[in-house]
Design a protein around this ligand. Structure first.
Ligand SMILES: [Zn+2]
Length: 428
């Protein structure tokens, strides 16, 4: 439990820190940072790890993960999702409520927390549903859910179509300081679609989902947040229009935060041309114009965080015709490397990227993680920026092998993942 991490480049956006040095960890806590630190422990109580040339950051946080338990354990379990998280450099997850049963009451929230505690690999925070069964008809018991340990509310996968109900949800949640995470989609505009509506959908003959379906709902939810003054977090932003709307709303002082996922700045609807169901995600992969807008939104801070939207599925969900395939990709094990591409390209600085994967996610859900300050739990990820590796889905720790990146060579990897001072993953 006592570690001395020597000579790495330590980046901690919570302290505006980016310098080479050592980090001393005692009894699971970060004790201090410095240069040429000498431990107070004898050698047998202490492991010294030389990290010269590597990057030491707060453990990555994913605020948009589908762990599938309870109900869909063939897709993922809390244990397999935790293993995938560790391999991807994540030490904290917040999991979406679209399990079976839906996490719309305290017994499900408590079950998830119990399973997470029994597994004990990473920190897992449940996000509970806004409406019963996420059906969009009646609000859940927000106070009860918060007391049971829910850190946010979302009907992710489905929008709350009723604007009056969404208004009440925002007002009620704000009074409890529980963030509402909006899945922005106008179901009437998206109905029947399976991919982005555009040139490619016309060519390949698949029904389209217009970017308008997202933009209209982002617009509505921003207006609701502005009117109520209640904080709103927008999940998986995929369109140029949504980025523009959020940027304008932030400039007006609307209390909104937003996330995107790596596939929205890495891929476009061209990936669907081959009818690869692994490229079927929700919202769909958009145009090159949208992907460029997402990047710019990350750069200027319109998009606060990068989340995985880790959505593991089984073979039977994906090895079917495109129209019938489940949406989503298994993202925990590729998210960091895909995001590091923005740094390798010189588009974001490394501290800017780490901020969007540690401090900002923690702030959005008011979590204590995401910092390397003295006294904090020693949740730490060590990154080898230049390690190249081939994505091999057969080696995924996640049960979800559904990735459109199989066979691709990526650059950058988590090589050491530490949770509460314990080494949970090591790859060097
Ligand atoms: Zn999702």
């Amino acid at each position: 439990m006592n570690l001395l991490l020597k000579g790495g480049r330590v980046i901690d956006p919570s302290q505006n820190l980016d310098e080479t040095g050592d980090l001393l960890i005692e009894k699971g806590k970060i004790v201090k940072k410095g240069t040429d630190l000498m431990p107070t422990f004898t050698a047998k109580d202490l492991e010294v790890i030389n990290l010269a040339g590597r990057v030491v950051v707060p453990g990555l946080i994913d605020i948009h993960t589908h762990l599938r338990e309870p109900g869909f354990e063939y897709k993922e379990t809390i244990a397999t999702g935790s293993e995938a998280a560790l391999a991807g450099g994540f030490t904290t997850l917040a999991c979406m409520p679209n399990t079976n049963p839906v996490n719309d009451n305290r017994s499900v929230t408590e079950f998830i927390r119990g399973q997470a505690a029994a597994c004990g690999l990473v920190h897992i925070y449940p996000i509970a549903a806004i409406t019963l069964k996420s059906a969009g008809d009646a609000l859940t018991e927000f106070w009860d859910l918060k007391e049971a340990g829910a850190v946010g509310l979302s009907d992710d996968g489905k929008p709350v179509m009723n604007a009056a109900l969404m208004r009440r949800a925002l007002e009620y949640a704000a009074s409890l300081d529980l963030p509402v995470i909006a899945h922005c989609e106008d179901r009437n505009l998206s109905a029947g679609g399976v991919m982005h509506e555009g040139f490619v959908s016309t060519e390949v003959g698949l029904a389209g989902i217009p970017s308008l379906a997202e933009d209209v709902m982002v617009s509505r939810d921003l207006l609701l947040a502005e009117y109520t003054g209640a904080p709103l977090h927008i999940a998986h932003v995929s369109t140029a229009g949504a980025v523009r709307l959020i940027r304008e709303a932030k400039a007006r002082g609307v209390p909104v935060t937003a996330e995107t996922a790596p596939h929205y700045f890495t891929l476009t609807d061209e990936a669907v041309r081959s009818y690869d169901t692994n490229a079927k995600v929700y919202p769909p992969l958009r145009s090159a114009v949208d992907a460029a807008a997402i990047r710019n939104g990350l750069k200027d801070g319109t998009l606060d965080a990068i989340a995985c939207d880790h959505a593991p599925h089984g073979r039977t969900d994906k090895e079917v015709e495109f129209d019938y395939a489940a949406s989503g990709l298994s993202g925990l094990e590729t998210s960091l490397a895909l995001s590091l591409a923005l740094v390798h390209e010189g588009f974001l600085t490394l501290p800017e990227l780490i901020d969007k994967m540690t401090l900002q996610p923690a702030r959005i859900l008011r979590l204590p993680q995401g910092t390397l300050t003295a006294g904090a739990d020693a949740d730490i990820t060590v990154i080898d920026l230049d390690r190249t590796w081939e994505v091999d889905r057969t080696l995924f720790r996640s049960r979800g092998r559904n990735t459109p990146f199989h066979g691709q060579t990526l650059r950058g990897k988590a090589v050491l993942t530490i949770v509460g001072g314990a080494i949970r993953y090591r790859d060097f």
